[in-house]
Structures are given as C-alpha cells and as structure tokens.
Design a protein around this ligand. Structure first.
Ligand SMILES: [Zn+2]
Ligand SMILES: [Zn+2]
Length: 364
C-alpha cells in the first residue's frame, strides 16, 4: 500500500508498505482523510526524536474494514476518528478519568508496518498518512454517518489538543480573559475553545500578520502582530494593565502557549493577571528548559500548567465535538486551508512551514 515513510532523513511516498495481520483487540481502518500537524514536521526536523523508519501522520478519520476477534464495540463499516491516546483503560489514572495520564499511553512503540524484511514503526500509536492503519479498539472513536470524514479528520489532534486545553485543562469560565500565543492549527482551536467558553477578551498573538483574519473568524477579539509589536505591552494595553514596581497589575486570566518556544512561554507567564494561569501546549525539543522569576509566580498566585492532548477523554470529547460541529458551535471546515494528495506531501509541508495555511488535509 501507499504510505509516507520517514527514514531518519527524508519523508517519501512509497507504494510497497505492508500492514501486518489484525490482533484480537485491534481494528484496521481505511484512512479517508488525514491532517498534517506540526508534530509531523517536528519528527522530520528532529524536535521529536522517534525511531525510524516510521509511517507518518497521527490525525485522521476513515472507515473500519476489519476488526480483531475480541473487539466488541466497533464493527466493520463504522466511521471513526483516530485517537492517538492508546491508554490501557484499567490503570488507576485511566480509572480516575485521565486517559492522557495512563503510563502505558506514552512511549509504547510498535511496528505494525514493514517494507521487505524491515519492520516499520507507527507514529503516536496511530500512523495516518497511509491507506490502512491498525489501532487498538479504544483508539477508534465512532462518529455519526452524516459527518464528512474530511471535516472529522482534524479533530483527532488539532481540535482535541486546542479545545481540550480550554475546556478540560483550564476550564475557563464565562467572562474571563485569555491570550493565545501561536495561531496554528492548535492555537486556532484554543481560540474557538475560549469563544465557546464565553471568554470576554481573546487576544491572539502571532508573528505572521496574515493570521489575523482566521484568528478573528475563530473568535479572537484582538490580534497582536508580534513581529512588529511588543506582545506583552500590547496585552497590558488591551487589558488596562499597568506596571507596578517589579510586578504588573492587570493582564489576562489565562494564557495558552502553543508555539513550543521557551521565550514565548516566559512572555505567556508575564501577560497573566494576578491569579492567572498559563497552559503549556506547545512542545519544544527534548531537554528545553525555561527560566521564570519565581516572585512573579509566588507573590501573585500565578500558575503554569502542562497539558497533553487537551487532557482529552476521546470517547466523550470526539462525539461531543462532532455534535457541536453539526449544530454550528464548532468550526472545522473553516480551519482546512487546502486538500492535498499524498504525492503532494512536500508541498503541504512547505505551506505549513511558511505559515500560509492553518490545516492541510490529505485525501487518501
Ligand atoms: Zn498533532
Ligand atoms: Zn491506563
């Protein structure tokens, strides 16, 4: 079958990739559409170190074409969104309702693909830039028949990560204020999460001025072009904040760092009002550290919260997001800038890299 394979230096489209047999608790999905995420680019530039060769992609939707002998909840023909959380479902953290904190859900590598004699890894427990993939049964989230798979495809990562950061991790309240650093696929979903939650001010910040239009379409009330403006000063002005000795008064209740840049993270803490919290969403290279003035946290009750995959509960969140899409509360199609074939992989990566698009979606 065809698949985008990364060999440690290049990602190329191959047509000789083989998928192994379905195990008892797995389902085989024929991918219909798959979204390109910054994490895919991070694999190729070494920010996320992965064993290779691997089949790329981790965001997608498709139709179940085979199920393992022990699978009960999913059947052939079901239309599903793929979740990248391969949690066990039985451990204390799963039982507490936190699948993203399942110890078994991170770093468990498997090699369901092969090329000739060589076994090939999957990515994020869910390769999707391929015609068929295998996932555990709890990673296949059934959706209604009337949801277009092309629209649903981006919900497996960008929407879960962005919306979940607001709805699950922050639990932002009506009337609070927020600042979103980085207006990419995830940041745009943070913005719409803030809007859905009833934020009073939503300040989007990016170094690409062209992103203002889409940021405002998703619900941003203000846009700061950080390539020409001092983002922290602009946020202070917008929120009526002032300098107050070594600290500042005013700022936002919530900031969301979606760039993975440690300097931006420092700024995302400095724009907080007293009592505000910064949610860390963006992923920098392994070993990246950040320094913060401790008084700016401890004197004024500011917090910094990590957030993996929107602290998602995929079996609850995906169906909920799909019904929010149907009733017009959640925008998905507006986020898809363009469709590509797998043979246009390099062009899609280039478009994502130069910031000209929000989400690129591959049609399989
Ligand atoms: Zn992703
Ligand atoms: Zn578990």
């Amino acid at each position: 079958m065809r698949a985008i394979v990364y060999d440690g230096s290049h990602a190329v489209l191959r047509d000789d990739v083989v998928l192994r047999e379905v195990k008892p608790h797995e389902v085989k999905v024929q991918i219909a559409a798959a979204g390109l995420c910054h994490s895919d680019v991070s694999v190729m530039n070494g920010t996320i170190a992965m064993p290779t060769p691997l089949v790329m992609g981790h965001e997608g939707a498709g139709e179940v074409c085979e199920v393992g002998s022990a699978v009960k909840a999913i059947k052939v023909g079901d239309r599903v969104v793929i979740s990248t959380v391969a949690n066990c479902g039985n451990c204390p953290n799963c039982s507490r309702g936190f699948p993203t904190r399942c110890y078994k859900s991170l770093g468990a590598m498997s090699r369901p693909f092969s090329i000739g004699d060589e076994a090939v890894y999957n990515f994020a427990a869910a390769s999707t830039f391929c015609e068929f993939t295998l996932v555990s049964e709890n990673q296949a989230i059934k959706i209604d028949d009337d949801i277009p798979l092309e629209s649903a495809a981006i919900s497996g990562c960008a929407v879960m990560t962005g919306l979940g950061a607001v709805l699950n991790r922050a639990r932002l309240s009506v009337g609070e204020t927020a600042c979103v650093f980085g207006v990419g696929g995830v940041g745009l979903n943070v913005i719409q999460g803030c809007k859905i939650s009833g934020a009073e001010k939503i300040i989007a910040i990016d170094t690409v001025a062209d992103k203002e239009k889409l940021a405002r379409q998703m619900g941003a009330t203000h846009f700061v072009d950080a390539s020409t403006q001092d983002a922290i000063e602009e946020v202070r002005k917008i929120t009526g904040g002032v300098k107050f000795g070594p600290l500042a008064i005013g700022g936002v209740d919530w900031s969301f760092e979606c760039t993975g840049n440690p300097n931006v993270l420092r700024g995302a803490v400095e724009v907080l009002d007293w009592g505000g919290n910064c949610v860390v969403v963006g992923i920098p290279a392994q070993g990246t550290e950040v320094s913060l003035e401790v008084r700016h946290l401890a004197y004024v009750d500011r917090g910094v919260l990590g957030c993996r995959y929107g602290q998602a509960h995929p079996h609850r969140d995906i169906p909920m997001y799909m019904s929010m899409y149907k009733n017009g509360t959640l925008k998905l199609d507006e986020l898809i800038s363009d469709f590509y074939t797998l043979s246009e992989f390099d062009r899609a990566v280039g478009d994502l890299h130069d910031g000209s698009i929000a989400k690129a979606v591959f049609r399989l």
